[in-house]
Design a protein around this ligand. Structure first.
Ligand code: ASP
Length: 323
């Protein structure tokens, strides 16, 4: 099913929602071969399409998520992910990504990775080729090179121009206090009784060098557990990290909540203390092992678009908002 608006959700799931499953919509069957992919933003459409192709050719959910996210990382027109991503305050593109296999309960991630355009693929190799989970900075770059990745210039002419414009603006905004340009490709998938999740970003444009937020951190930008489901987050990662958003949502699904309910529970938790609730961007997506989905933004001012691939078809939707 699609996410429902908050009013309908409260009416159907409302007070009784935590107590029983009776009010919940019927469960869509997740055919073993027919994986469902749910991704953030409009570029999630292409990512899902690629993921579905990989799956159709016998790939695992992790293969599908990696290759799907690669499509967005490779696109120079997406200025918040991979090649073409806007750089840090020093003009250097610094990438973060993470991936998790809900079946093995293993994750891999890279933080502050320079010069490699597909951080999600490096993250996957951290997961599969090492006993580590997270690698950062120069060590992550050396690992990527050892794994055969070719260093390259990730700053496109467009991103360079945008950075110079920011740099040359008198009294430009800096991230000692606040900032704005950011997005992510987050993807969750369910199929064959398993789930997986991945997330990739260039983080905040003009960030302080070395800044790492939620996207590459297990339990924050993404989380997957076959016992329950998978989740991913997008938005102000400096704030969202403090709520372990994806783990929170998966935990609530494990306790029996529908993914939409679990997303709402996270927003309720954040709303107690997160700043600028009506203006800041806080968004999440979730899928459970039965391929029921959830998607929610905190407020109407920063709506979440999400791409859903189900039954061989893709569609773009706007998620309901919590407040
Ligand atoms: N969460 C990402 C970050 O803060 C950006 C985003 O998803 O919009 O780096």
């Amino acid at each position: 099913m699609e996410p429902i608006d908050r009013k309908t959700f409260l009416a159907t799931a409302g007070a009784a929602s935590l107590a029983g499953a009776a009010a919940r919509p019927s469960v869509a069957a997740a055919d073993a071969q027919d994986a469902v992919f749910l991704s953030t933003w409009h570029w999630g459409m292409e990512a899902n399409r690629r993921a579905a192709q990989i799956r159709a050719h016998g790939g695992s959910l992790v293969d599908a998520i990696e290759k799907g996210i690669n499509v967005v990382e490779d696109d120079p027109n997406v200025t918040t992910v991979g090649y073409g991503g806007y750089p840090n305050a020093e003009g250097e593109v610094e990438l973060d990504a993470g991936i998790m296999d809900g079946h093995t309960h293993r994750a891999g991630s890279v933080c502050s990775l320079h010069k490699i355009k597909n951080p999600i693929s490096v993250a996957r190799l951290v997961m599969e080729k090492t006993r580590h989970t997270t690698m950062a900075g120069e060590g992550a770059l050396q690992f990527a090179i050892a794994m055969g990745f070719k260093p390259m210039q990730l700053l496109t002419p467009g991103a360079l121009e945008a950075w110079l414009k920011w740099k040359n603006t008198p009294n430009h905004q800096t991230f000692w206090i606040d900032g704005e340009h950011h997005d992510t490709i987050g993807m969750v998938a369910a199929g064959g009784g398993s789930v997986a999740a991945g997330c990739s970003t260039s983080g905040l444009a003009w960030k302080l060098p070395g800044r790492v937020a939620d996207s590459p951190l297990v339990g924050c930008g993404y989380y997957a557990d076959d016992a329950a489901g998978a989740a991913s987050a997008t938005g102000d990662g400096d704030v969202m990290t403090n709520y372990c958003t994806s783990k929170h949502i998966v935990q609530k699904m494990a306790e029996g909540m529908h993914p939409q309910e679990a997303c709402a529970d996270l927003m309720r938790y954040m709303a107690r203390s997160a700043r600028e609730l009506h203006t800041n961007m806080y968004c999440v997506i979730a899928i459970d092992k039965r391929a029921e989905i959830g998607a929610l933004s905190m407020n109407a001012a920063q709506p979440l678009q999400y791409a859903l691939w189900r039954n061989g078809q893709g569609a773009l939707h706007t998620a309901p908002h919590f407040l």
